[in-house]
Design a protein around this ligand. Structure first.
Ligand code: COA
Length: 364
């Protein structure tokens, strides 16, 4: 039997820390509201977002400040000094180092990113160039917060089939520049943040060897208006015209209540599906790595499926929701913390825009 095994992990986060109190100086919110509703205490953001937030916190006319930002954006005055591919690169280098491999050893790169540095090509190609690779194939995926499990499943199929033997899987996000840190954007801007996680996969053969065992993926695009962004799409071409800004069509949109309910439902369904497909029970799983969307969502899943909370590794309090990066970051931190035991079963599960969701079972 041939499987893909994770032989190295890595992560990267920007240095700038934004705690809930700084957000409360920028818009109408509070540490208490954010902590109670989400479990998030602080998050990491790009230096550009951080500098902007410090200026916004001190601005007497906050609405005017935001309007001015859009005006500057129209003139192309806001440049990001940190690229999402830079975060992807740092996480990838660390994963490669931990795997004892060089970029040239890779047969494939799969990257999941919601907002890339360019409309095209996707972040996978930008990352490959930064790694110094000029012929290695890349696949760029955009499944929002479910991107990590989709990317793992995709890379796994190439390894299982025998086409490739080594793959790099990355989830990288630089989301903070896209959110509006205002009262009308407060449902989203307090949740999401920047970061990247990476894992190196290698083929392993034997009778029931360790590695990725099964993947369970789903999408329901009929409800996409509950969590979506129009900017960069043909639906808002040109991406940031004055009219589109006036029509409030250039910031991410979410119906938080619907997303909450759907996330709990779909997480539960796919976890049960994964267990059933493998003839397992909750007790058989050593560790759960959930997408870090909201601690209340994780608590609801754990409660309804009788998963002891200590069986899940959570870092949402420190990093917020880093979308496609959150499961790989959890994986890396769990490995570093010694939470994965050799031979133990680990289930990763994620849910995001689309809605797309999925679960992956692996033996460590
Ligand atoms: N600070 C303070 N108040 C806020 C706020 C913030 N950051 N964001 C929204 N509010 C306000 C709302 O405007 C609303 O005020 P109103 O009652 O005067 O209209 C009130 O809080 C309650 O809003 P509601 O949306 O019902 O709150 P909630 O309990 O559902 O919590 C979320 C909001 C966004 C935290 C919650 O719905 C959620 O986590 N949903 C899932 C989001 C998610 O995980 N998305 C990513 C999936 S990958």
């Amino acid at each position: 039997m041939r499987r893909a095994r994770i032989i190295g992990t890595g992560m990267a986060i920007p240095e700038c820390v934004v705690d809930n109190d700084l957000l409360a100086r920028c818009l109408t919110t509070s540490d208490e509201w954010i902590t109670q509703r989400t479990g998030i205490k602080e998050r990491r953001v790009s230096p550009d977002t951080y500098r902007m937030l410090l200026r916004l916190a001190d601005a007497p006319d906050k609405e005017g400040f935001i309007r001015e930002l859009y005006d500057q954006g129209l003139d192309g005055k806001i440049d990001s000094t940190l690229m999402v591919a830079d975060l992807a690169l740092e996480a990838s280098r660390q994963a490669l180092k931990n795997a004892g491999l060089a970029p040239e050893d890779l047969d494939l790169i799969v990257d999941a990113t919601t907002f890339g540095d360019y409309a095209y090509p996707g972040t996978a190609a930008v990352l490959a160039a930064k790694l110094g690779l000029t012929t290695t194939p890349t696949i760029a995926m955009n499944q929002g917060c479910a991107g990590s499990v989709y990317a793992l499943a995709t890379a796994d199929q190439f390894i299982r089939s025998g086409m490739y033997s080594r793959a790099l899987v990355v989830g990288a996000e630089l989301l903070s520049p896209f959110f509006e840190f205002s009262d009308r954007g407060r449902d989203m801007c307090v949740l999401f943040a920047d970061g990247a996680g990476a894992a190196v996969l290698e083929a392993v053969e034997g009778a029931d060897p360790p590695g990725l065992i099964s993947h369970h993926l789903h999408t329901d695009g009929s409800v996409l208006d509950k969590l979506y962004g129009e900017m960069f799409g043909t639906s808002t071409f040109p991406p940031a015209s004055k009219k589109k800004i006036d029509d409030d069509r250039v910031r991410p949109r979410m119906n938080g209540r619907v997303v909450f309910v759907q996330a709990v439902r779909r997480f539960k369904e796919v976890i049960v599906e994964c267990l059933k497909a493998n003839g397992l029970k909750i007790d058989d799983i050593d560790l759960f790595l959930f997408h870090q969307a909201n601690m209340r969502i994780i608590e609801a899943i754990a409660d309804q499926l009788s998963i002891p909370l200590e069986k899940s590794f959570n870092n949402i309090a420190k990093y917020g929701n880093t979308s496609a990066a959150s499961v790989p970051i959890c994986l890396h931190e769990a490995v570093e913390a010694g939470r994965l035991r050799r031979g133990g079963l680990v289930m990763m599960a994620a849910f995001g825009t689309g809605f797309s969701w999925g679960a992956t079972l692996m033996r460590w």
